[in-house]
Design a protein around this ligand. Structure first.
Ligand code: NAD
Ligand code: MG
Length: 390
């Protein structure tokens, strides 16, 4: 039996992971499940899967979780430190599906124990790509991509040598507003931005898809995970979301990965890797679909993509600053404090200010320095946004 933990178990990716685990109950022994405010879901899943430990990120909810687990023998814990400790609980395979930079510390702990980390939490690669990959290397741990595009690239690379790769193309649906007139974007509401045309995902990544910040994070994720030059990474708008990524080789061949928009494919690939198991995902009927469309992204519509290029060129802790500023801007948009198109401006202004903070971006990539850069970026984002409101 493989020991499995799921971080962010109550979310969209977490629930899809548990769906796959539930289909082969004898194959897995669940160690830790973590969640946020949805205590009822966390407790009922912990009971259903017989977890050893359930952790909520919210310290104030410790009592509720403990009560919900009463009589089950399942241990309860709460707060950031408990989440990080959960990463050190022995497990062979750990799903990292917390949303945001909060997923980084538990992921690092998991790698330090030599586990296989199935990484949906792209923010940790954007924030600390080199640290994460070096930690994996040092402890003989494995990082497997779970983002659909990166899983697709990973699969296209099986049996290939990286030095024969000419380019990696990741596709983007274009999100909720791909066909909106540019001048209407500033008035887009949270509700409108939270409706993805093709994928059913958590709210934050859905809004990030509409603004293309999700793709910006994914371009950086591609660089960090596959170690490829930023100039060799391309983004292609593909409204149907059926081709997830393509890898171009030096002989001109382009290997594409196609599949329906169901994250259980990428999760299941990481769960069964290096084997392929049968998965409960719908099969693609290309004759019925008939046509697939592709176009180049419009930089004016999606400033996030340009910012990602700048972050990759800057390197160091620029990714941590970029991600934290994006998280703060997204919080403010969800709270109705800033408009949809203001988010990119906030992130750009924070990146500029970070340059003026002596040594911040060029500091060594340690967890402490990353936390400091993240913290500073959120403070600067607040300053920029209060300037906007004035
Ligand atoms: P979600 O919002 O549905 O779930 C997030 C999970 O993280 C929940 O369990 C929540 O309780 C927990 N969480 C939230 N804030 C936390 C905090 N501060 N500390 C600890 N836990 C916290 O998100 P999701 O859509 O499942 O996405 C999870 C991750 O996977 C993200 O990094 C996202 O970018 C990535 N991802 C998601 C999809 C998708 O289809 N949903 C696809 C590709 C990548
Ligand atoms: Mg993706």
């Amino acid at each position: 039996m493989r020991r499995i933990s799921v971080f962010g178990a109550t979310g969209s990716i977490g629930q899809s992971t548990l769906d796959l685990i539930a289909r082969a109950p004898d194959a897995y022994d669940v160690a830790v499940l973590t969640g946020g405010q949805n205590i009822a879901q966390l407790a009922s899943d912990a009971r259903r899967f017989g977890a050893d430990l359930a952790v909520t990120a919210d310290e104030a909810l410790y009592k509720d979780l403990k009560e919900a687990l009463a009589g089950s023998g399942i241990e309860a814990a709460a707060g950031e430190a408990a989440l990080e400790e959960a990463g050190a609980r022995p497990a062979d395979w750990i799903m990292s599906a917390i949303v945001g930079a909060a997923g980084l510390a538990p992921g690092l702990r998991a790698l330090e124990q030599g586990s296989t980390l199935a990484l949906a939490n792209k923010e940790s690669l954007v924030t600390a790509g080199a640290l994460l990959m070096q930690t994996a290397c040092r402890h003989g741990a494995t990082v497997l991509p779970v983002d659909s595009e990166h899983s697709a690239v990973f699969q296209a690379l099986v049996g290939e040598e990286m030095d024969t790769v000419e380019r990696i193309i990741i596709t983007a649906s274009g999100g909720a507003f791909r066909d909106w007139p540019l001048e209407d974007l500033a008035r887009a509401t949270v509700e409108q931005a939270s409706a993805h045309p093709n994928w059913n995902m958590g709210q934050r990544i859905t809004i990030d898809s509409a603004s293309m910040f999700n793709k910006a994070l994914e371009v950086i994720e591609t660089k960090e995970y596959f170690g490829i030059d930023p100039e060799r990474i391309e983004v292609l708008i593909h409204p149907e979301s059926l081709v997830h990524a393509l890898v171009g080789f030096r002989d001109g061949a382009l290997m594409a990965h196609l599949g329906v928009s169901d994250m259980r494919h990428a999760i299941g690939y990481a769960l069964n890797w290096p084997e392929r198991a049968e998965l409960p995902v719908a099969r693609l009927d290309l004759a019925q679909i008939g046509q697939l469309h592709f176009r180049a992204p419009d930089e004016a519509r999606y400033p996030a993509l340009r910012l990602a290029r700048e972050v990759m060129a800057r390197d160091g802790l620029a990714g941590a600053v970029f991600n934290a500023a994006k998280e703060a801007a997204l919080d403010a948009f969800i709270a109705g404090r800033i408009g949809f198109t203001a988010m990119a401006g906030v992130v750009e202004a924070v990146l500029e200010r970070a340059e003026a903070e002596l040594g911040l971006i060029d500091a060594t990539m340690t967890l402490d320095n990353i936390r400091a850069a993240d913290h500073m970026a959120r403070i600067r984002a607040e300053e920029v946004m209060s300037g906007l409101a004035a």
